[in-house]
Ligand binder design. Structure first.
Ligand code: ADP
Ligand code: MG
Length: 260
C-alpha cells in the first residue's frame, strides 16, 4: 500500500533497527530524502553507514521500522495476523529496480565487455530489446565519460574507469535514487577525482543520491545535507557548510578533528 504522505519522497526511513546477533548496528534511524537531494553520510568506521545503505534496498533485512521507496514499503509486508513478513521476491525485485547502488569494489562481470556489462540488467531484468538497451548504455557511458570504451573488458580499464562503468550500469536501470558506498575508497589517489566529478555531474543533473563517503570536500561542496552517524545513530544532520565550520556535537567535533 502506498503511503500518500511519503509518496513524493524517493526514500523515507522510519525508526530503523537492525542487529547482527547481539550487535545492535542501527538504533532507530529516521531519514527522509527529497527528490533531487544529495545526502552525504559520514562517520567513523563501524558506525553502521554501509548497513543503513544495504537496508534501503533490503539487501540486509532490518528488524524493525520501515523504508519507503516513493511511498511504497520495501522488504516487509503486513500479514492479516498483524505481524510482518518478507514480501514476495517479485515485489521486492520490482522495488529494488528503483534503487541504483554502487559499492567500493566495482563488481563488474570480468568476462563481459563494458557495453555488455551495462546492457545486462536492462535486457535480462527489464526485458528491454537489445538495440534499445545498447542506445541507453551508450548514453550512460557518454555521461560517465567512457565513450569509446564499449568493447574493452573491465581488466583493461583503470579502477576509476571501472567504477564509472559501475555507475553507468546502475544508471542504465533508470533508478529513482542512487546509493554510493565509499565508491572512491579503493582507488589510487590520482583516480579519485574523475569518479567524484562524475558523481558531481549526476548531482547537478538532479539525481537523488545518498552518498556514504570519506571525501569531506565532496560532502561539503556537493551535498545538500550531511548526516553524521556514530554508534548506529544519527548524531547530527544539517547544512554541510554549517556542519563543517561549526559542528554542534562533541562526537562530530572529535570526528572532524581526527581528519585534520
Ligand atoms: P560502516 O559502514 O559505518 O563502517 P558497517 O555498517 O559496515 O559500518 O558496520 C556496522 C557494524 O556492523 C560493525 O560492528 C560491523 O562489524 C557489523 N557488521 C557489518 N556487516 C556485518 C555482517 N554482514 N555480519 C555481522 N556483522 C556485521
Ligand atoms: Mg562501510
Amino acid at each position: 500500500m502506498t503511503d500518500t504522505k511519503s509518496a513524493d519522497k524517493p526514500v523515507v526511513i522510519r525508526r530503523l533497527w537492525k542487529s547482527y546477533g547481539n550487535n545492535e548496528v542501527l538504533k532507530g534511524i529516521s531519514l527522509s530524502v527529497e527528490r533531487g537531494e544529495v545526502v552525504a553520510i559520514i562517520g567513523p568506521s563501524g558506525s553502521g553507514k554501509s548497513t543503513l545503505l544495504q537496508c534501503i534496498n533490503f539487501m540486509e533485512p532490518f528488524d524493525d521500522g520501515e523504508v519507503l521507496i516513493d511511498g511504497r514499503p520495501i522488504g516487509l509486508i503486513q500479514t492479516p495476523g498483524g505481524t510482518r513478513t518478507r514480501m514476495p521476491e517479485k515485489e521486492l525485485n520490482a522495488l529494488r529496480r528503483e534503487i541504483g547502488i554502487v559499492f567500493q569494489q566495482y563488481n563488474l562481470f570480468p568476462h563481459l565487455t563494458v557495453l555488455a556489462n551495462v546492457i545486462e540488467a536492462p535486457v535480462h531484468v527489464l526485458g528491454l530489446p537489445r538495440a534499445e538497451a545498447i542506445l541507453r548504455a551508450r548514453e550512460q557511458l557518454k555521461k560517465v565519460g567512457l565513450t569509446g570504451k564499449e568493447n574493452a573488458y573491465p581488466g583493461e580499464l583503470s579502477g576509476g574507469q571501472q567504477q564509472r562503468v559501475a555507475i553507468a550500469r546502475a544508471l542504465a536501470m533508470q533508478p529513482k535514487v542512487m546509493l554510493f558506498d565509499e565508491v572512491t575508497s579503493a582507488l589510487d589517489p590520482e583516480l579519485v577525482g574523475e569518479v567524484l566529478a562524475t558523481m558531481r555531474k549526476l548531482a547537478e543533473e538532479g539525481m537523488t543520491m545518498i552518498v556514504v563517503t570519506h571525501e569531506m570536500a565532496f560532502a561539503r561542496d556537493v551535498a545538500d545535507r550531511v548526516i553524521f552517524m556514530d554508534g548506529g545513530m544519527i548524531v547530527e544532520a544539517g547544512d554541510p557548510k554549517e556542519f563543517f565550520s561549526n559542528p554542534q556535537h562533541e562526537r562530530s567535533k572529535a570526528f572532524l578533528k581526527r581528519l585534520l
